[in-house]
Design a protein around this ligand. Structure first.
Ligand SMILES: NC(=O)c1ccc[n+]([C@@H]2O[C@H](COP(=O)([O-])OP(=O)(O)OC[C@H]3O[C@@H](n4cnc5c(N)ncnc54)[C@H](OP(=O)(O)O)[C@@H]3O)[C@@H](O)[C@H]2O)c1
Length: 307
């Protein structure tokens, strides 16, 4: 009996039609908090919740029949060490990319159009009509040419920014990481949209930041460990660089962390991918993937090389 386990009743309801493929299909619901449902030891296809308690390695150990782990996040670094070679991990690529690119765009525009300055002036009932910078002609480097990177590039180009995308495999219109030392000094905005892997962790270190020009903006909407926070704090404290950060080495960011009081930084609490409506896209992905699974077709979003 093919057994699927999903995190909520709505997703389970969306899968009900797939009984036309296999009438024996069994759908379990487990939110990863309450007691595990009967039949968990038969689960072949498991979807953990996007938010809330993280399913542990011990929990997964109670699913010896597991064949597919379909997570709803784009990043899979936490899951990789938890499953054996025989389990296929599929990520949530496509669920959060547009929303996260949108947040990066908001951070970039907030910086360039100086919205905090106008909000402060508004509080004082002051007509502070000094013009600001904008995107036209601005050089933006985006590290990562995947779901986030390509959405962000398209949005920035609408307003005339000069965008350069960088990825692991250089290809038409996409540069390689070996060109970073040339690209960084001429980029006024650098956005990190890379997965957290052994190759990318700590990439944005003191040397990387030193190569960025004075007054440049670093945007990190990917994962905290890609940026060496200590090194970034040095540049922020000197007020040489600016940053927009949605992700942090430690989350939640501890209340005594120096970033809270650092100058030149705007932060959001890892909300990039979680804008209203993400659930619908997630459910569509899960239904498609379970359909492929039941029909023995190739799955989408299969993780290889750590992302
Ligand atoms: N803030 C949030 O809420 C939020 C939401 C979604 C995602 N994220 C994070 O953002 C990451 C990226 O998301 P995505 O959906 O855009 O992923 P994606 O579609 O898989 O794209 C990843 C991109 O990174 C490139 N890349 C991977 N390893 C690299 C390396 N060592 N050097 C250079 N480039 C490398 C890939 O290159 P190729 O094109 O050559 O494969 C690809 O272009 C996720 O892994 C996740 O951790 C955060």
């Amino acid at each position: 009996v093919p057994t699927i386990c999903v995190p909520d009743a709505d997703t389970a309801a969306a899968l009900a039609d797939l009984k036309s493929i296999d009438p024996e299909l069994r759908i379990l619901v487990w939110d990863s908090v309450g007691p595990m449902p009967d039949g968990i030891d038969q689960v072949e296809f498991y979807v953990p919740p996007y938010v809330g308690r993280v399913t542990s390695a011990e929990d997964l150990g109670r699913m010896p029949a597991l064949k597919v782990l379909q997570v709803l996040t784009a990043g899979v670094e936490r899951w990789l060490p938890m499953v054996g070679e025989g389990v296929i991990i599929c990520n949530g690529r496509g669920i959060h990319g547009a929303g996260t690119a949108e947040l990066a765009l908001a951070g970039i525009l907030n910086h360039l159009r100086e919205l905090p300055r106008f909000a402060a002036a508004q509080q004082r009932a002051e007509w502070d009509s000094e013009f600001t910078a904008g995107l036209r002609g601005r050089r933006v480097l985006i590290l990562g040419a995947g779901d986030i990177g390509t959405h962000l590039a398209a949005a920035l180009e609408v307003f005339g920014a000069k965008v350069t995308l960088v990825a692991r495999r250089p290809r038409d219109g996409i540069r390689g990481m070996d060109e970073l030392s040339e690209l960084l000094p001429t980029s006024q905005i650098v956005t990190i949209a890379l997965p957290n892997t052994p190759e990318t962790s700590g990439l944005v270190d003191a040397k990387f930041l030193a190569a960025m020009p004075d007054g440049a903006l670093l945007v990190n909407v990917a994962r905290g460990p890609l940026v060496v926070t200590e090194a970034l704090l040095v540049e922020l404290s000197a007020q040489r660089l600016y940053a927009f950060l949605d992700v942090f080495e430690t989350e939640p960011l501890p209340s005594d962390h120096p970033l809270w009081r650092a100058p030149n930084v705007v932060m959001t609490p890892h909300i990039g991918g979680g804008s209203v409506g993400w659930e619908r896209v997630a459910t569509e992905l899960v239904v498609d993937q379970v359909r492929h699974f039941l029909r023995g077709e190739p799955l989408a979003n299969v993780v290889s090389d750590g992302y």
